[in-house]
Ligand binder design. Structure first.
Ligand code: THU
Length: 172
């Protein structure tokens, strides 16, 4: 599979239309795998968008939804939740990660992020660090409501990451 590594967004079809839940079936027919992937990508966008609409962001007014695609095909979505005590707020990506872990999912294929911004935004540094613990090769798809899209691979966004291996003791 060719992975796109771009820092510049390119246009895709606008988010919208009916809720699609048949990605698995289309993906099983010979030569139809791309259809399954397209449907799955669309479902991820739909789920992230629905989560974004639940965002609690009265302080920044920056609404974020994230849908995590597990290695098992499961989808877990969440939104950002702010707080009057600002540091107590949580990003959508880490909220989705915590919910997925609670479901028993620990490795991930991709995360789709939808925001209220004009251009696609990458995940913040803290979310990159939280996600890289579980899936360094995670594909990150960031979209806007108007249909702009950008993609990255997590390890490209956080090179030389601190990982569980960094805790290995070598001097005693
Ligand atoms: N936010 C996210 O949910 N994800 C990110 O990757 C960047 C920032 C949230 C945190 C805060 O509620 C608002 O967006 C503005 O920073």
């Amino acid at each position: 599979m060719v992975r796109h590594r771009v820092s510049r967004p390119w246009p895709v079809l606008p988010v919208g239309g009916e809720l699609l839940t048949v990605a698995g079936k289309a993906g099983k027919r010979p030569g139809m795998a791309h259809v399954g992937r397209d449907l799955q990508a669309r479902e991820l966008r739909e789920r992230a968008t629905a989560a974004m609409e639940q965002a609690y962001a009265p302080y920044s007014n920056f609404h974020v939804g994230a849908a995590l695609l597990g290695s098992d095909g499961s989808i877990t979505e969440a939104c950002n939740v702010e707080n009057a005590a600002f540091p107590a707020g949580t990003c959508a990506e880490r909220a989705a990660l915590a919910a997925a872990i609670a479901r028993g999912v620990r490795t991930f294929q991709s995360i789709t992020i939808v925001t209220s911004a004009e251009v696609p935004t990458p995940p913040c540094g803290m979310c990159r660090q939280a996600l890289i613990e579980f899936s360094p090769d995670l594909e990150i798809v960031s979209v806007t409501r108007s249909g702009q899209e950008a993609r990255w691979i997590l390890s490209d966004l956080l090179p030389f990451a601190f990982t569980p291996r960094s805790l290995d003791r070598t001097n005693d």
